[in-house]
Design a binder for this molecule. Structure first.
Ligand code: HEM
Length: 155
């Protein structure tokens, strides 16, 4: 893979992940919260995450792969990159850890609770997912901003 392709894929994966979280958190969530009762709202979110999370897995695997491909292929190692790349990898790994926490924690709980028709437990799991996605959205926006503008702001 060429370095240009690696950077293009890296940026696309970041767009999909952060843009998807923005839509879910900032747009869909307030509408679903006010317009739908739990028996409709909770299965809606299950369907939404079922379709979104495979894309997030692509980002979780692809971002470090392409990112370190660029670090070692383009810049010649971690010693040669700017502060913005160090910050990107730190916040990037934090985002990945939070997604894994969400996926193997409250996302599993949401599904088993809905299968058992336990709506209060499902609602509690959804609330936990909302908190983690909120934190990851903030981190993602900071990461993408630093990634794009950091090169022009030498510290
Ligand atoms: C996990 C480890 C990561 C590594 C090692 C990494 C590494 C890199 C490198 C080396 C570049 C090229 C920077 C330059 O040429 O100045 C880059 C660009 C970029 N990264 Fe990452 N990255 C990682 C995670 C992330 C994450 C999680 C996001 C967003 C959620 C992200 C968003 C971006 C964006 C938007 C660019 C393009 C910046 C531009 O050229 O306009 N990266 N990354």
């Amino acid at each position: 893979m060429t370095l240009a392709a690696a950077l293009a894929i890296h940026q696309l994966l970041a767009l999909l992940w952060v843009g998807g979280m923005f839509f879910a958190y900032q747009v869909l969530r307030p509408v679903a919260a006010t317009g739908l009762e739990p028996p409709l709202r909770l299965p809606l979110w299950r369907g939404v995450f079922n379709r979104f999370f495979p894309w997030v897995w692509g980002a979780v695997v692809g971002l470090p792969l392409t990112g370190y491909g660029l670090v070692f292929g383009l810049y010649g190692g971690l010693g040669a990159v700017g502060w913005h790349v160090h910050l990107m990898q730190a916040t990037g790994w934090l985002m990945i850890a939070l997604f894994l926490l969400l996926y193997f924690g409250p996302w599993r709980t949401l599904q088993t609770a809905l299968d058992a028709d336990e709506l209060p437990a499902a609602a509690a799991a959804l609330n936990r997912i909302r908190q983690i996605v909120g934190a990851n959205l903030l981190l993602g926006l900071v990461t993408a901003t630093v990634a794009a503008a950091g090169r022009l702001l030498p510290l």
